[in-house]
Design a protein around this ligand. Structure first.
Ligand SMILES: C[S@@+](CC[C@H](N)C(=O)[O-])C[C@H]1O[C@@H](n2cnc3c(N)ncnc32)[C@H](O)[C@@H]1O
Length: 243
């Protein structure tokens, strides 16, 4: 069911997705993504996988910053087509490849990437812990998993402002700037974030990362808690790659 939600919500958005990301993150989107790429750059990677890459924003930022070869995967072909345009525009066609695939079943052997990133993904999968384990499977021992998700501000005063923004301003801004498709996303987003953290509080995510064989798991709330960056390192003593 979540896969259908992801397909439907994003099918009509690719053309203006960057503006949408700007609105949804209170204009902080670039800074949040940079925090993910910082984590990846720390392992000087040669091969990186970006899951749910959409229009390839993090894939391209990682390629530019680290010089790594990057594969971006997404289940949504229209989003990937927007990514292909961005990759061509950046002149990094030889360095960044985009492939249709589901985060829950990645078409790669175990242990082949130095870093795996994902952003704004876990609300769309049925089992976030299993999906994190699948992404960790693709990491080499000592490799890094880094992610970005929306979050609900923990401070009660900020939470009220966030609630008003996501329930009232966002649908309105969406409708004004992108018509029906964005009105739909504007309405969907706030309740979807709240429901996600009711079902899976941050502590559960941290536990899932540990269960997936990641250690030194870090959590950083961004912009008063509207964003959440996480990272963790695959146990360097993990035995060879699982197929
Ligand atoms: C909000 S967009 C984020 C795109 C990109 N990560 C970014 O930061 O700009 C969410 C993306 O996740 C993709 N997605 C959702 N569920 C997925 C899944 N199970 N496997 C792969 N991609 C998925 C959607 O198609 C969409 O492109």
């Amino acid at each position: 069911m979540n896969m259908d939600v992801a397909r439907t919500v994003f099918a009509g958005l690719p053309a203006r997705y960057d503006r949408l990301a700007f609105l949804l993150s209170f204009g902080q989107d670039r800074r949040w993504r940079r925090a993910v790429v910082d984590q990846v750059a720390a392992v000087a990677p040669a091969r990186v996988l970006d899951v749910a890459t959409g229009p390839a924003g993090i894939a391209l930022a990682t390629a530019g910053r680290t010089g790594a070869d990057v594969i971006g995967v997404d289940l949504n072909e229209p989003m990937l087509r927007a990514g292909v345009v961005q990759v061509r525009r950046s002149g990094r066609d030889g360095q960044v490849r985009l492939v249709v695939a589901r985060a829950e079943e990645l078409p790669f052997a175990g242990g082949v990437f130095d870093a795996v990133t994902f952003s704004y993904l876990l609300r769309y999968v049925d089992d976030p812990a299993d999906t994190v384990a699948e992404m960790a499977r693709c990491l080499r021992p000592g490799g890094i998993l880094a992610s970005l998700e929306f979050h609900v501000p923990p401070n009660p005063a900020w939470r009220v402002s966030w609630w008003l923004y996501t329930r009232c301003a966002l649908p309105l801004l969406g409708a004004l700037t992108g018509g029906r498709a964005w009105l739909r996303v504007g309405r969907f987003l706030g309740p979807s974030i709240s429901a996600h953290y009711r079902r899976h509080p941050v502590d559960d995510h941290v536990a899932a990362w540990h269960a997936a064989g990641l250690s030194d798991v870090g959590v950083r709330l961004m912009s008063l808690g509207g964003g959440l960056v996480m990272w963790g390192r695959k146990d360097p003593t993990a035995t060879g790659p699982r197929p």
